[in-house]
Design a protein around this ligand. Sequence first.
Ligand code: NAP
Ligand code: F7E
Length: 321
Amino acid sequence: MKKVIITGITGQDGSYLAEFLLSKNYRVYGMVRRSSTENFERIEHIKDKIEFYHADLLDFSSLVEMIDEIRPDEVYNLAAQSFVPTSWKQPILTGEFTALGVTRILEAIKLIDKKIKFYQASSSEMFGKVLEIPQKETTPFYPRSPYGVSKVYGHFITVNYRESYDIFACSGILFNHESPRRGREFVTRKITEGVAKIKLGMTDKLYLGNLDAKRDWGYAGDYVKAMYLMLQQEKASDYVIATGETHSVKEFVQLAFERVSLDYKDFVVIDKTLFRPAEVDQLVGDYSKAKRILGWEPTVSFKELVNMMVDSDLEKLKNNG
Ligand code: NAP
Ligand code: F7E
C-alpha cells in the first residue's frame, strides 16, 4: 500500500484529493495544525479512513518528524493561506505559510529521503497581470498580490529542488477551481450561498466587488486527479490545469440567479470596499500539455459548475432548517 501525506487536508482540495487517493487504495495521512476546535467539516465522511498527524508549515521540526515517522511515497503540499484579500492584510504570514512553508517541506524531504515524490499547489495568480493569452507553462509571471508573489516563490523553489537535488517535484499551476466545498469567502461560493439565501427569503441583498474580473473556473473534483497524474509520470514537470474558457464574475452571478428564476439586478449591490488594491483582470489557461502528457481533461462545464453549487447551497440551507 502506497503512503501519502496531504497537507491542507481540511481544505477544499485536500478533501477531494483524500477521497480520490483512498479510492486508489493509498494509505492517507492528513497533516493538520492544532486548533481548539476540530475543523473536519469537509472530511467528516472519510475521517475514519485517514490517519491524522499534527504539524504546521511554520514549524520545521514538526515537518521533519512527520516525514521521518511516516516515510511517505508521495507528499501533496496543499496547505497555504489561500485567500487573496487576506494576503494584503497579512503579507508576512502569507509569505511564511505560502512561500517559505514550501521550502520547509522540501528541506525535510531532502534531509530524510530524496526519493519521496512532491507536489506543489501553484496557482494561476502567478500570471497576474497577464503577459500572454492564454497562459501556459512558459508564460512569464507577473503576480499582483502578496499571495501571488508567495506562490511564485513556492513554484521556483520546487523547480530548484528538482534541478539541484534531483527530487521528483512537480508544480501544478492550477487555475481557479470550485465546488460545493469551496470556502464561503471566495466569490463563487459567496454568490451561490447568497443566491440560495435570497431564494429562501433569508436575505434580500448580495454585496459584491468587481464584477468585470474574468476567471477560468473549473471543478475541484477534476483538478485533484491532475495532481495525482503528475506524480505518476516517468519525469517530473510542471503543468497548467485549466478549462481553456474565461467568464466574468457578472456571468457567474447571472447564471446563478437564473438557476432560481431570479434577476440578479434586483439583489446585487456593488461594495467598493471589496475591490482589491491590484486586480487580476483576466485569466485563461492552455491545458494542452496536461492533455497530451497526462491524458487529463476537465469534465464539468461552467454552467454545470454554477448549477451544482447553487443546488448544493439550496439543499444545505433547507436541511439546516
Ligand atoms: P483552502 O480551502 O483555503 O485550504 C487551505 C488548507 O491549508 C486548509 O486545510 C488549512 O488548514 C491549511 N493550512 C493553512 N495554513 C496552514 C499551516 N500553517 N499549517 C498547516 N496547514 C495550514 O484551499 P484550497 O482551495 O483547497 O487550495 C489548496 C491549495 O491550492 C492552496 O495551496 C491554494 O493556495 C492552492 N490553489 C488553490 C486554487 C483554487 O482555485 N482553489 C487554485 C490554485 C492554487 P485549516 O483548516 O487549519 O485552516
Ligand atoms: O476572487 C472578484 C475578485 O476570491 C475572484 C484562490 O483560490 O483562485 C482564488 O483566487 C474574483 C476576483 O478568487 C468579490 O476581485 C468580486 O477578481 O474567488 P476569488 P481569486 O482571487 O481568483 C486562485 C487561482 C488561487 O490560487 C487562490 O488561492 O472575484 N470579486 N466580488 C470578489 N471576490 C471575493 N472573494 N469576494 C467578492 O465579494
